[in-house]
Structures are given as C-alpha cells and as structure tokens.
Design a protein around this ligand. Structure first.
Ligand SMILES: [Zn+2]
Length: 305
C-alpha cells in the first residue's frame, strides 16, 4: 500500500522535483520544489507550504520534511527524495506569505532559511505577522530567523560548496518577492510573481509598477540564456505553473498586465478586503487573471511603463 500523504512529487529535471501540497484548507495548492545537490550534500527546498493544514480526512504524512525523508516517490525510483535526511537543507522562501512559510519551523532549528534582503523591515519580526497574512487569517506566525541575501547572491551550502543557484530580488507581488535562477538547468523559480490558470494576487503592499520592472529583468535574463541555442529556460511558480517555457509565460503575463493597466481588460468584479477596494480581471480563455487593490492599477496607469 502506498503511504498516505497530502503531497505528490513529480520530476522536472535530473535533480529537481515539484512537490505539490494538495487539498489544503486555504485552497492554495502550493507548489514547492526540491532541488537535490548531492555534490554539496544539500537539498534546496523552495518554499514550505501550508504545514499540512489539510481538508483530507486521515491525511497520513502532513509534514513536508517527513514526506521528503520517509515517503517513497515513484519518479525517484521509489525512494524518498532525501532518505533519512541524509542531505542537509537550505530553504529558500520566495516571499513571506503564509502559504509559503507555514512549514518553515520544521527546518528553522537546523537549516539555513534564505529570504530576500530587498526590504528587511517588511519581514522583521514586528511586521511579519501582518505581512505574512498570518495575523489577518488568525494563524500563528512561524518563528524563524531568515538570512536576508542581497540581489544576485549565489547560494552555497553551509560548508561553502556552491549550489549553482542565484537569488534575484523581484519586488512587485510583495517587496520581499524573489526569484531563483538555476543557470545550469535553465530553471527559473518565480514564486508568486506570476503563474497561469489561477488569479495572480497582489496584497495591499504590492506594486504593479515594480512588478513590471521585475518581469522586464526576468525577460532580459531569459532572453540572454535562451540565445545560445541550448536548452530553453523553463519557469516554475508558487502555484499552478511548473516546467513551462519561461519566455512564453513571461511575455504572455506581461501582455495581460499591460491590458489591465491600459484599460483594455474590463473589471469583472469589485469588493472590499482588509480596508482596500479590490478588483478582479480575467483574460478570455482563463490563462491569466488578477486580483489586486484597485489603487495599484490606478498608480500603474499614471506611471510610465
Ligand atoms: Zn504570495
């Protein structure tokens, strides 16, 4: 009998697996990524999910660390991704929203937790309950001490071996949103900056103006990487989108957001949330949609993009 768990895993490349936490009580359906780097004795975990808050009755293994260490994965030759925890962990948080950090305490006592150093006060212990959305949702805020890294930092294991992963600051969705660039594998991890087939959501602290700047930076990076005729870069997001051609997803999401800002996309609905008027836009065909404070669209409309 396969072991019961709320996680599924599928292989994206020789070293990388998509770990999907399914049927969580928030309907976030988060995408986590496990990048195995045996040469550095490390498993890099991108985001930590909802900490097993599941709608599934009798869900089995609900801690992502237990899943990684104990549950056999078919796509990994029926072995766990990190049997008995042989590899150490480096955890990269794409940003501090609850559905990315609720599982982080499973690692915080013995592993490096990496986050963006773009706006340290945004993720300070005083501000984290609000900015993670844990306080508004009445959830306990996880306790952890992130290593806040500068833009373009190359990550290494605790013993100093390179992990071949570069952290890029990509503010927009939140001030602390980051992307992770695995040049060797041509994989770009973008967190909640963008994804397909579910609303891209900006909180009150988001900025569409910054989002365009960050997406333009990512487009330039992918254009450069794809120009040498080798592997095409693929994009892995915090929800819904994994393993898709990066340039196509980046350009199409930018075009949708330009339609929103120019007024070509009509507002589908408007409502009040956390003291802001929120609006929703939805592209015909359903590939891209957006929920954000209306204020952010109006600000972007007044800015040269
Ligand atoms: Zn988010």
């Amino acid at each position: 009998m396969p072991q019961k768990t709320i996680f599924t895993a599928r292989r994206l490349s020789a070293s990388t697996f998509l770990v999907n936490e399914v049927n969580d009580v928030f309907d976030e359906n988060p995408f986590l990524y496990a990048i195995l780097v045996p040469s550095a004795n490390t498993l890099v975990l991108v985001d930590t999910g909802c900490d097993g808050r599941s709608r599934t009755p009798d869900p089995g293994v609900t801690r992502v660390r237990d899943f990684l260490e104990r549950v056999p994965v078919g796509a990994n030759g029926d072995r766990p991704l990190n049997p008995q925890g042989q590899l150490g962990y480096v955890v990269v948080l794409t940003h501090c929203h609850y559905d990315h950090i609720l599982g982080v305490e499973q690692f915080a006592h013995d592993s490096q937790i990496v986050a963006s150093g773009h706006d340290p006060s945004f993720v300070s212990p005083e501000n984290l309950p609000k900015h993670s959305l844990c306080a508004p949702l009445d959830l306990p805020t996880p306790t952890y001490t992130p290593t806040l890294v500068p833009h373009s930092s190359l990550l290494s294991s605790p013993t100093g071996t390179s992990l071949n992963l570069r952290v890029l600051h990509t503010p927009g969705h939140t001030p602390d949103e980051l992307a992770l660039w695995h040049e060797e594998e041509r994989m770009l991890y973008v967190g909640d900056t963008l994804y397909e087939c579910a609303p891209i959501i900006f909180p009150s602290e988001g900025s569409i103006v910054r989002w365009f700047e960050s997406v333009d930076d990512l487009i330039a990076l992918v254009r450069d990487a794809d120009s040498d005729g080798g592997l095409l870069t693929r994009i892995n997001a915090g929800h819904q989108t994994a393993g898709e051609p990066a340039m196509d997803v980046l350009l199409a999401s930018k075009a949708f957001m330009q339609d929103v800002v120019s007024g070509t996309e009509p507002i589908q609905r408007r409502w009040q949330k956390r003291g802001d008027t929120f609006v929703e836009y939805a592209q015909k065909g359903g590939r891209f949609s957006l929920q954000c404070p209306e204020r952010l669209v109006l600000l972007a409309r007044r800015s040269p993009i």
